[in-house]
Structure formats: C-alpha cells, structure tokens
Design a protein around this ligand. Structure first.
Ligand SMILES: Cc1cc2nc3c(=O)[nH]c(=O)nc-3n(C[C@H](O)[C@H](O)[C@H](O)COP(=O)(O)O)c2cc1C
Length: 162
C-alpha cells in the first residue's frame, strides 16, 4: 500500500483501450470504502463513457481529455451533518479511487469540478438539486506517467509543538 501511495502520479494522457468492467467495479468499491464523517457516506458516483463523457468534458475546461472513462464523485448535501464535511468525504473517496487505479496499473487524475462548471454537470447528467458534483476522475491505461518524486519535507513536520 505504501508503495502504491508513493508511486501514484497524475496521469493526463491515455491509451484508447477500454477499462474492463471488473476494474471499474474495483474503483467504485474503493470509493465506497473511504472513511466519511459520522459514516454518512454521502457520495454518489457517475460513471461516464463515450458521448456522455465528451458532453461533460466539453463544459469542464480544466479536466484532462482523452480517457476512455471518467468517474464523477458527487456529494449528497442532504446527508451532510456539518457544512464542509461532505467535501472531505468526497475527497477521501476520490483519493481511494486514485490509489485503486494505481494499484490496478491504470492511470487517473483528480480533476476539480469548478463552481462555474457545476450547472453544466447538473444539466448534462441530470443531477438532483441536493447533490453536488465534487470531482471528476478520468481513468484509463496510461500513455505516459510522470516518475514518482520524493516529497518528504522535514521543514513541515512539527513534533509536539510548532
Ligand atoms: C483538489 C484537487 C483538484 C485538482 N484539480 C485538477 C484539475 O482540475 N485538473 C488537473 O489536471 N489536475 C488537477 N489536480 C491534480 C493536481 O494538479 C496534482 O495532483 C498535483 O499537480 C500533484 O501531482 P501528482 O498528482 O502527479 O502527484 C487536482 C488535485 C487536487 C487534489
């Protein structure tokens, strides 16, 4: 697991090959197994392929293009007991999906659903008003992957006190 965490990098260029169903299920399972505040599990996952994926990406300028598949991680705000915790839950689910992708030899990238793009996601994907798209994770076989880097920074580690 530690090696998976250390090796993971954002992948933004993909082979045309499909991601098989078993792998998609494993990615979703990883998302569902994330920790969540008060175990509310406020997430929904929208799996996108083909034309629908293209439609969504057309209104999401910051999201890398060219993957055969993407997963939109959404938060059901009606399950959010304290404002903001739903985003933390969705972040945990997003990271679990990235790590699962790495462990399956797939490439993935965490892409924000920026506030300006939320109406586009809602309309294109028919997302109900109590649910907010949080992130979109393009996934595929990597065409290119950055090398892992050492990011440990002793200057940002504080023992017992700042
Ligand atoms: C909250 C968040 C939002 C991000 N949004 C985007 C994005 O919109 N587009 C993108 O290409 N990458 C996005 N990234 C990926 C970061 O750019 C990337 O994780 C960072 O540069 C570190 O590189 P690495 O993932 O290869 O370690 C996002 C990452 C996080 C955690």
């Amino acid at each position: 697991m530690l090696q998976t965490i250390l090796n993971r990098r954002s992948v933004r260029s993909f082979l045309k090959e499909e991601v098989d169903e078993q792998a998609v299920e494993a990615l979703l399972k990883a998302g569902f197994h994330a920790p969540s505040a008060m175990n509310q599990r406020p997430w929904h996952f929208i799996v996108l392929k083909g034309e629908k994926l293209a439609d969504v990406l057309a209104g999401s300028p910051n999201t890398p293009k060219g993957s055969p598949l993407a997963i939109v991680v959404c938060v059901d705000e009606s399950l959010e007991r304290f404002k903001g915790l739903g985003d933390s839950d969705a972040a945990a689910a997003t990271q679990n999906i990235l790590l699962a992708a790495e462990s399956l030899g797939l490439g993935a990238v965490w892409s924000a659903v920026l506030p300006d793009s939320v109406p586009h996601y809602r309309k294109t994907l028919n997302i109900p008003t109590n649910v907010r798209p949080y992130s979109i994770v393009p996934v595929g076989k990597p065409a290119q992957k950055p090398e892992p880097t050492d990011r440990y920074d002793a200057a940002k580690v504080h023992w017992n006190s700042w």
